[in-house]
Write a protein that binds this ligand. Structure first.
Ligand code: SAH
Length: 280
């Protein structure tokens, strides 16, 4: 395959010329990549990657691999979705082994479904490689389990803005407030005031725990613990760098016992049984 060190024993698929592997890169920490992703990185002629993909991950690609940036960061103009899909088609049709690397999981608020559909419509063979999504793995790095038996039997993943850049009008915030014990909000920082307002209006308590995890799983990870009533002011004061994920619900309290990164750094748990003592 390559001169890279071997993967663990197994029947690893070959990334064939003319194929596109649409692959999740996880939330940041390169160790959260899957072995299928690593296997793809070690074979790809071309890697088309997003802004949220950590540079260290690209270091695992073949030195000769072409690296194409398709993200929006660093003041570079944003590549249009249709252009990216088209580019992927061209590369595949030119007989390249193409790895399309996206932050988190490609099918979670990542437009992976659209890209994959275009590829299939163009007759290009694809493989989908899931990744660890920020709304699950990113929260885990902050010591927040997205489900916990004593808290929630459902979790709702929400996008904070839609194609128009506005808070999604299609979302019934009243129903969400009523039916979802834990809400995990992607791309929610810009519209945090509308989101908090809608949930409070719908009857969620002001003192409901909220966490904001910025740059989750990276060495720059920062966590804000706040409440629904205070989150808007606290988010403004914290002035975190993006990306950030917002978790609303009592599972946030579990961080008091599960903030494992702080324990590893010498702090001690604040409360060994935070849910029992929590109101409600
Ligand atoms: N497909 C990605 C999500 C892409 S949408 C996934 O599955 O994770 C981009 C949003 O994801 C960001 O606005 C932010 O809310 C969240 N996000 C991605 N990476 C993150 C990280 N390392 N820390 C915090 N939030 C992150």
């Amino acid at each position: 395959m390559t001169d890279s060190p071997p993967l663990p024993n197994g029947n690893w698929p070959e990334l064939k010329p003319g194929w596109v592997w649409l692959c999740g890169a996880g939330p940041g920490d390169p160790g959260l990549l899957t072995l299928h992703a690593l296997n793809g990185l070690r074979q790809a002629d071309v890697i088309v990657y997003d802004a949220l993909v950590d540079a260290a991950i690209l270091d695992w690609a073949l030195p000769r691999a072409e690296r194409i940036y398709a993200g929006k960061r660093g003041g570079k103009p944003s590549a249009k979705q249709a252009d990216i899909s088209l580019r992927l088609c061209e590369l595949a049709k030119a007989g390249k082994r193409v790895l399309r690397l996206k932050g988190g999981d490609p099918f979670v608020f990542g437009r992976g479904g659209e890209e994959a559909q275009t590829l299939v419509q163009q007759g290009i063979p694809i493989r989908i490689i899931p990744g660890i999504s920020a709304g699950i793995g990113g929260l885990a790095y902050a010591g927040i389990p997205v489900t916990h038996r004593d808290v929630n039997q459902a979790v709702t993943f929400v996008t904070g803005h839609d194609q128009t850049g506005q808070t999604p009008a299609s979302l019934d915030w009243k129903a969400l407030a009523k039916g979802s014990q834990v809400l995990v909000i992607y791309m929610g920082m810009k519209h945090a005031p509308e989101i908090a307002g809608a949930l409070l209006d719908a009857g969620r308590p002001k003192d409901e725990p909220v966490a904001v995890v910025a740059q989750a799983t990276t060495p720059d990870q920062k966590v804000l613990e706040t409440t629904l009533g205070r989150m808007v002011d606290d988010i403004a004061a914290a002035a975190f760098n993006p990306p950030a994920i917002i978790c609303i619900g009592r599972s946030v309290l579990m961080r008091q016992v599960l903030d494992w990164q702080s324990w590893a750094a010498g702090q001690v748990p604040r409360d060994l049984d935070p849910l029992k003592r929590a109101p409600g």
